[in-house]
Design a protein around this ligand. Structure first.
Ligand code: NCD
Length: 328
């Protein structure tokens, strides 16, 4: 450590081998923080992380660093891929997944919990059911805080890995027609991915039942950025035209009235028969977990990219952690 300087939102000691990559010491709260240059950089570093893992399994880039994984909502992929990312870079992880067993169950506030964890860690990853929770927590935290999903708001690191997957699978992002299918109202992954793709020349097809349409705020952003889009409730009529079919789960836990959920659950199921209508060069994605939206029989289709997408998540999170901690 050589010096201390204000870097973005946080005051942090600057490592001796520091090269400013635009991420060091900063929070990652929204995809709005990313432009094409930053996206290129993160994807390139993710590629390097992939080769490193393939050749050596792990590295010591973040040796001595500690990540606090604080999850107030269930998670399989996001929490374990952040943990795996940190461990493969030689760092260590504190995991609070069961808030029931932590002081949160005694009524401790989010700011107090975050300020406690950052006393032990170098970076905090937070998932929380309220929109804006990550921004609120980041306001109190001195260490960088990464939003791992704030209610129906955003899920920026998922959007980064989704973007990385599209780019890797299809070679480019400009010119693509991206369809998002399912719960576009409550699905934070599609909110973040739509916003991220506004950096590219993509057109959108939003497929949902009427009560689960993409929020007006995001539609306005799409219009303001001059992208073409259409909304429909019929996946059959559009599947032949799309390059990316991004399928989502209907988010049962977000519904105020369970009768509404019952009315729309199972509204779309992607089957091998439906896939016969799709282009040969296209991909099916899903942030997972799936609860019936893509039949298991589709998994053998080479266009089914969702498990490759899962793996990409670890490389993207390795790249992000290294960047935020000043090592990429
Ligand atoms: C998503 C999430 O939590 O928003 N999953 C994920 O992070 N991979 C999608 C979902 O829960 O349906």
């Amino acid at each position: 450590m050589t010096d201390t300087q204000t870097n973005g939102s946080k005051t942090r000691p600057v490592p001796a081998d520091f090269a400013d990559n635009g991420f060091f010491g900063r929070d990652v709260l929204s995809v709005k923080q990313f432009d094409r240059k930053k996206l290129d950089h993160i994807c390139q570093v993710a590629d390097e992380m992939r080769s490193m893992v393939e050749r050596f399994g792990s590295a010591d880039l973040l040796q001595g660093k500690v990540l606090a994984n604080l999850f107030y909502e269930p998670s399989t992929r996001t929490s374990s891929s952040f943990a795996a990312a940190m461990m493969r870079l030689g760092g260590k992880v504190i995991s609070i997944n069961e808030v029931r067993y932590s002081s949160v169950s005694k009524g401790e506030s989010l700011p107090d919990t975050v300020r406690t964890l950052e006393s032990y860690a170098d970076v905090v990853v937070l998932r929380h059911p309220e929109v804006g929770a990550a921004a609120k927590a980041a306001h109190y935290a001195r260490k960088p805080l990464i939003n791992a999903g704030d209610g129906v708001g955003e899920h920026p690191t998922q959007a980064l890995l989704d973007f990385y997957t599209i780019r890797r699978e299809l070679g480019q992002v400009d010119g693509l027609n991206v369809a998002m299918v399912g719960d576009l109202k409550y699905g934070r992954t599609v909110h973040s991915l739509t916003r991220l793709l506004l950096n590219y020349d993509t057109s959108f097809t939003f497929v949902s039942p009427d009560i689960l349409r993409m929020p007006a705020e995001i539609i306005e952003e799409v219009k303001a950025a001059g992208h073409s889009f259409r909304e429909t409730d019929d996946v059959h009529s559009v599947i032949g035209e799309v390059d990316v079919l991004y399928v989502t789960r209907v988010q049962k836990e977000r519904f105020e009235d369970l009768a509404d959920y019952e009315a729309v659950k199972g509204c779309y199921v992607i089957t091998p028969e439906l896939m016969q209508k799709a282009k040969q060069k296209m991909i099916i994605m899903h942030p997972l977990p799936r609860v019936g939206e893509i039949s298991y029989a589709v998994d053998d289709d080479p266009r089914a990219a969702y498990f490759r997408q899962v793996e990409n998540g670890m490389y993207i999170r390795m790249a992000l952690l290294a960047a935020v901690l000043g090592k990429a």
